[in-house]
Design a binder for this molecule. Structure first.
Ligand code: SAH
Length: 226
């Protein structure tokens, strides 16, 4: 069963409170911790995170933590969403692949920063709920696909940015192969006890790897990646 998608009637008082919570989130959780890309900050000021949270968790949508969304999955912590997206260095014209749609929140933020967003989810119930919320919010540049993200999405490759919202012991080879020249891939790499964010840049056929912050993500599901 998917998470019920609630679309409450307009309530100005509540909308103001949610907007204030969102502005506080950006100031206290993102700017204070060093997120500097103004486009990323602005996108996260604008995208209503609470509509992606299950109705009973809507009040915690702007907290400094991940939020459970069913199927033992979570919406990533706001700071991790910002760090990962900042590493992609998007300027607006890119085609981006996200592995792990979850609630669709990160895809909605990406859709404000790139031209096209393809996002892949392995649980059909989560994909269906995300599609509905993204449609109601008005994110026509996002396509939600039911598939195993370990294979990437070869049909639409190559991608200028690839963002993986779940962790594995190594980067699935198809994802590297689907990166455009000059493109960047961001993924948490490591075991269940903790990971490092790895950033891969493809340049003239070679892959340059850097490590960034430590993090803790749900596992990327798939037979041979853990
Ligand atoms: N980006 C999401 C958070 C994702 S949590 C958001 O903003 O809400 C990680 C997601 O990856 C989960 O929804 C999980 O179901 C999905 N996932 C895990 N392994 C996967 C795989 N092999 N292929 C596609 N999706 C996968």
């Amino acid at each position: 069963m998917g998470v019920a998608v609630m679309w409450p009637r307009r309530n100005r008082h509540r909308e103001n409170a949610e907007r204030n919570a969102r502005l506080d989130m950006v100031r206290n959780q993102l700017e204070r911790r060093g997120i500097m890309d103004e486009r990323v900050l602005q996108a996260m000021r604008e995208v209503p995170r609470h509509v992606f949270a299950p109705a009973k968790r809507r009040h915690e949508a702007y907290g400094d933590h991940p939020i459970p969304i069913g199927e033992m999955q979570t919406i990533s912590q706001p700071y991790m969403v910002a760090v990962m997206i900042e590493h992609l260095r998007l300027r607006g014209g890119e085609r981006v692949l996200e592995i792990g749609t979850g609630s669709g929140y990160q895809a909605a933020v990406l859709s404000r920063l790139a031209a096209e967003v393809y996002t892949v989810e392995c649980f059909p119930s989560l994909a269906a709920d995300a599609r509905l919320v993204l449609q109601r919010l008005g994110c026509p540049s996002v396509r939600v696909m039911d598939a195993d993200g370990c294979q990437g999405l070869a049909d639409q490759a190559p991608y200028n940015g690839i963002i993986v919202a779940a962790a594995a012991a190594f980067i699935p080879p198809p994802l590297r192969a689907q990166l455009a020249d000059g493109g960047r891939l961001v993924m948490p790499v490591g075991g269940p006890e903790g990971q490092r964010l790895v950033i891969v840049t493809r340049q003239a056929g070679t892959f340059i790897e850097e490590k960034a912050v430590t993090c803790r993500f749900v596992p990327l599901l798939g037979a041979d990646v853990q």
